[in-house]
Design a protein around this ligand. Structure first.
Ligand code: ZN
Ligand code: ZN
Length: 269
């Protein structure tokens, strides 16, 4: 037990480290970050796992270490330090996002959806934040974004920021490439084989998603078939499995590159 010095000012320890204010003061500890409050104490290893993960994340952020280097640094000070696979995955994601939590990044959205799909066998109530705002309900947008509309009735369906590209794996190199891809306005590079857009769920899909694992995605206005979804995942035409999958056939939507600000209503035709 006891706490272990990892860096000047950074200690990792179990909850018992906090039981002696004198020892903390002697070590120069002025603040205690508790990261295991909601875990049942009966699970061995979990507490250490979480505090080790937090210490590793701190080292990544402040020392510029990769997640493996950061874990190695914590282990050098505390040889029994372990992190479970879930925390390892979060540390990898944290590194891939450049040691900043960006909830609008494709990596973060994909991770959140994967977590959801693993947790639910029959999703009855999905957290509202997993749904992208319906493009017909908000007035402001980035001028650089591309809007996708139903080819048949022209109802706005989703924005380019909702597309979860699956051509790259998660990692710093892939992330750097993705940044370039995004700045190039997703001009179709590397996606020629994909006949569908894989996107995050959009608000208009919610009634179709509740309580079922898979089904069709219909245009909320004209009810024409746009694609399908499956929480278990589906295979893209390029061969890549995507889990979960919310796919819209490219042939069912049109791209709109310039958006008149404040007016996304479907023209009366
Ligand atoms: Zn594909
Ligand atoms: Zn339509």
């Amino acid at each position: 037990g006891g706490m272990v010095l990892v860096l000047p000012g950074l200690y990792v320890g179990g909850v018992e480290s906090c039981s002696s204010p004198e020892a903390l003061a002697a070590a120069g500890v002025v603040a205690v970050l508790t990261v295991d409050a909601e875990e049942p104490p009966a699970v061995p290893g979990v507490r250490a796992s979480r505090s080790v993960a937090v210490a590793a994340a701190y080292l990544m952020k402040t020392q510029g270490l990769g997640w493996e280097q950061a874990l190695a640094a914590v282990r050098a000070a505390k040889p029994d330090a372990q992190v479970n696979p879930g925390f390892q995955r979060q540390l990898k994601l944290y590194e891939a996002m450049g040691c900043a939590v960006d909830t609008s990044s494709v990596l973060y959205k994909r991770y959140r959806l994967e977590m959801l799909s693993e947790r639910f066998s029959e999703p009855q109530d999905l957290p509202p934040e997993v749904f992208a705002v319906d493009p017909t309900t908000i007035c402001q947008t980035l001028n650089t974004e591309v809007l996708y509309r139903c080819r048949k009735c022209r109802r706005a369906l989703f924005r380019s920021s909702s597309i979860l590209s699956h051509t790259e794996g998660i990692g710093p190199t892939a992330f750097a490439h993705k940044r370039i891809t995004n700045s190039a306005q997703l001009s179709g590079n590397g996606q020629e084989k994909c006949t569908s857009y894989f996107i995050e769920p959009v608000q208009w899909m919610e009634p179709a998603l509740l309580g079922v694992m898979e089904g069709q995605l219909l245009c909320p206005k004209c009810k024409s078939k746009l694609g399908s979804f499956s929480w278990r995942g589906d295979q893209c035409s390029c061969g890549r499995w995507v889990t979960p999958a919310f796919q819209i056939h490219r042939s069912r939507v049109d791209e709109v590159r310039t958006l008149p600000v404040g007016n996304f209503q479907t023209p009366k035709t």
